[in-house]
Design a protein around this ligand. Structure first.
Ligand SMILES: [Zn+2]
Length: 151
């Protein structure tokens, strides 16, 4: 399988327990909607700075900001971080950057939205003050490239 993310290793996208289940780590990319992976790389390109999803592999505490198992107690029960019932795939990421604030990242996404690979939802900054949540679980009738929602 060819690498599905330009900037992100499989270990950055899933918790340690999920990572360890896979002999072939490249298969981890298939846990996500392709569009969600494209948007993740796109954000890294747009801000031109490091993007952190999970960092457990390098000694950090973050491991639930990408894929969450269906029984994960973290976040909402039907979160887009969890596999969708219909597709079996997750389509959400929480991210941050050591180079800029979450508000600055959201502003950069907004400023460049015409080149987004697909429509996305962004969590309102009042609910996600120190991170940026995006997902590709868009409503069919969503007209704008970005739909901002409150948790
Ligand atoms: Zn999230």
């Amino acid at each position: 399988m060819t690498r599905r993310c330009k900037y992100f290793a499989p270990s950055e996208l899933v918790p340690k327990s999920v990572y360890e289940r896979y002999a072939d780590k490249e298969e981890i990319y298939a846990l996500f909607e392709d569009d969600a992976l494209r948007v993740l790389d796109w954000i890294r390109d747009v801000i031109g700075a490091p993007v952190v999803v999970n960092n457990w592999k390098s000694g950090g505490v973050l491991q639930n900001r990408g894929y969450r198992t269906i029984d994960s107690p973290v976040g909402a029960k039907r979160s887009a971080h969890k596999p969708n019932v219909a597709t079996g795939k997750a389509c959400a990421f929480d991210l941050s950057s050591p180079a800029m604030s979450a508000a600055q990242i959201r502003a950069a996404i907004e400023a460049n939205k015409t080149s987004l690979p697909c429509k996305i939802r962004l969590e309102d900054g009042r609910d996600a003050p120190t991170w940026v949540h995006f997902d590709t679980r868009t409503a069919p009738l969503q007209k704008d490239m970005i739909y901002v929602f409150r948790a």
